[in-house]
Design a protein around this ligand. Sequence first.
Ligand code: PGA
Length: 250
Amino acid sequence: MRRKLVAGNWKMNGSRESIKALLDGIKSGLDSVGNAGVAVCPPAVYISDVMAQLEGTAVAVGAQNCATEASGAYTGEIAVAMIKDCGCQYIIVGHSERRTLYGEDDAVVAKKFAAVRTAGLTPILCVGETLAEREAGVTEAVIARQLDAVIELEGIAAIGDSVIAYEPVWAIGTGMTATPEQAQDVHAFIRGKLAGLDAAVAENVVIQYGGSVKGSNAAELFAKPDIDGGLIGGAALDPEDFLAICRAAG
Ligand code: PGA
């Protein structure tokens, strides 16, 4: 039985003050969230603060990005080992904002995925099609290509220890959530593709949905058989909305 996971991707938002208020709000409602896994992914400079504030809770912490390289002369980059040293469990790789705004191609994403696994952390691998790709009927081909880049480098077993987040690019931050049926179709495609390589990996891997998930639409998305929780952007910045999503998963 897969355990649902709700992860908040705070992106480049927050201050010490607002993060404290957000975490106080989340912590005050954690008793009500049931048995879903919960994680937050703050901007890297706040990871240690967040870790300290979440001590003693079951909320895991993740980073939003990492370097491909282990250490050295890479000004501005943050190594996986540093993220691990700060206590993180997850690292998001291949978010569409990284792919489109920072030119991360499938090969870079696969390298980051490998770096995360080598350190013993869990990658949250984001895949998803743009609106133009959906309209051109190549959604499945795009997602297969994004998954294959990682599987070719790391092998299918590596997917079993990871989290996949299906995030249609057209649904991110736009308020245009995929319908539960649209999301389920792609989740089933992903699981089916993985099952062709390894049935146990396909059965066990957590596949989150991301893209304008809110407290008001989470329950119907998470009710679908292949949707195992969510990667949450905007709504993760509001404690009540985030807790409502966690409850929908729990
Ligand atoms: P959103 O972002 O929930 O604001 O659409 C999701 C994401 O980018 O992970």
